[in-house]
Design a protein around this ligand. Structure first.
Ligand SMILES: N[C@@H](CCC(=O)N[C@@H](CS)C(=O)NCC(=O)O)C(=O)O
Length: 214
């Protein structure tokens, strides 16, 4: 059975956004059972965990001696086992993989700076100066994404691992009203979040955070 690493606890601003969610969601879509290895800061910093994840982050996926890190690589690994995440035809697969990379390399890359400015450095003068430029670049990119999506349900003909990744990336904006300016993208993200597999994955990530802390 596959094992996914996840945090025992994170602050409320991160709960429901931690990147093991992508992996849990992919496993739920694929109908593959998994177990979770909950870690804390001590494990994260330990040499043993660094052997699995060089940067001490989550998620890690372990499967019969295979160890993977990077949520994109892990989701792709799972998607390869499941037609519901990667279409059977080679062109459809390639397009889905393209969107998975676009989510990480073209969208997350412009969303993450806003999360950092707002959630980690909000009181810093440089962050206040930087924010308008970050929002402007982000809105430009989201406009381009919305133009591609148009009135479609998903980025391609059906839901794929590319949508899974894109939805998790758009969710990082939940502390802002930026998506209100892009109603079709907001509806797209909500359509993806309404999938039962997503709901199961989210509930599973949230469960340990609701336990009393030792
Ligand atoms: N590029 C990595 C990023 C992983 C990442 O940023 N994980 C965060 C949680 S969402 C983490 O472990 N943060 C703790 C840290 O960096 O020390 C991936 O997609 O897997």
């Amino acid at each position: 059975m596959m094992t996914v690493s996840a945090f025992k606890w994170v602050p409320p601003f991160a709960q429901g956004l931690v990147r093991d969610l992508r992996v849990r969601w992919a496993l739920e879509e694929a109908g593959l059972p998994y177990q979770v290895k909950l870690i804390d800061n001590t494990v994260q910093a330990s040499p043993d965990y660094r052997k699995l994840q060089p940067f001490g982050q989550v998620p890690v996926l372990e499967e019969d001696g295979l160890v993977l890190f990077e949520s994109g690589a892990i989701v792709l690994h799972i998607a390869n086992k499941c037609e519901a995440l990667l279409p059977a035809d080679s062109a459809g697969r390639a397009r889905a993989v393209t969107w998975l990379f676009a989510a990480l390399n073209s969208i997350e890359i412009v969303i993450q700076p806003l999360a950092e400015v707002d959630l980690f450095f909000a009181q810093e003068e440089w962050a206040k100066l930087r924010r308008p430029g970050v929002v402007e670049s982000l809105k430009e990119r989201l406009g381009e994404l919305a133009a591609h999506l148009g009135e479609r349900e998903y980025l391609e003909d059906c839901f794929t691992a590319g949508d899974l990744m894109m939805a998790t990336v758009l969710r990082i904006l939940r502390h802002t009203d930026v998506l209100d300016g892009f109603p079709t993208l907001k509806a797209y993200k909500e359509r993806c979040e309404a999938r039962p597999a997503f709901q199961r994955a989210l509930a599973a990530q949230m469960a340990p955070f609701q336990q009393p802390r030792a």
